[in-house]
Design a protein around this ligand. Structure first.
Ligand SMILES: Nc1nc2c(ncn2[C@@H]2O[C@H](COP(=O)(O)OP(=O)(O)OP(=O)(O)O)[C@@H](O)[C@H]2O)c(=O)[nH]1
Ligand SMILES: [Mg+2]
Length: 179
């Protein structure tokens, strides 16, 4: 029976905790605490250590789902959580001031992990803010010379999040299975 681990990351409020809740087949283990400072303006609770859920696949295979905190002051958890992971899901909130800057920041922060594995990007809150478009994300990524699958997702929708996870799995080295 194969077991895989993938990691969800992205800025505060991008929907990491919500996305894992949407697709997990077990109740989420989460570490949300009342938000203080700037985060509070966006939402009442924020992840301070990690989220953890499990997605069951056919044949008894499991994907272990880990969510990082979005706040940089908890970035010591980022390395811990990626250990043993096979890929990264980067969620971006399209309604934030500069989602491309967020994208660049997280791609840089997780660069070492991404080089060894792979990444897929999900853009949330596109119902709240329709700009930039997914095409513009593609163009931007093309300009910085990387090819990454990008999808519009609503983190509250199980199907949206499942498609994103599948896109990541397809983007990964198919040889991984044999390792
Ligand atoms: N309108 C809208 N709301 C969304 C969408 N995706 C997620 N949300 C909401 O946005 C909020 C995201 O909050 P969380 O899931 O806690 O975000 P997080 O990424 O875990 O944030 P931190 O743990 O603080 O880093 C929730 O209230 C979701 O219901 C979307 O596509 N559209
Ligand atoms: Mg969270």
């Amino acid at each position: 029976m194969s077991q895989y681990k993938i990691i969800f990351t992205g800025p505060v409020g991008a929907g990491k905790t919500t996305a894992i809740t949407s697709i997990s087949d077990v109740p989420l283990i989460k570490t949300d605490e009342a938000a203080s400072d700037m985060t509070k303006q966006r939402k009442a609770e924020t992840t301070v250590a990690m989220d953890y859920g499990i997605m069951n696949l056919k044949d008894g295979e499991k994907i272990h789902l880990y969510g990082t905190p979005g706040q940089e002051r908890f970035d010591f958890m980022w390395d811990i959580l990626t250990t043993g992971g096979i890929g990264l899901i980067l969620l971006l909130d399209n309604s934030r001031t500069d989602p491309f800057q967020d994208m660049k920041f997280f791609l840089n922060s997780f660069d070492g992990f991404i080089q060894k594995t792979g990444v897929a990007i999900g853009v949330t809150q596109m119902d709240v803010s329709t700009s930039p478009t997914i095409d513009e994300y593609h163009r931007h990524l093309h300009e910085i010379g990387i090819k990454v699958p990008v999808f519009a997702v609503d983190a509250r929708e199980k199907d949206d999040v499942s498609i994103l996870v599948q896109a990541l799995m397809f983007a990964l080295d198919p040889g991984l299975d044999e390792e």
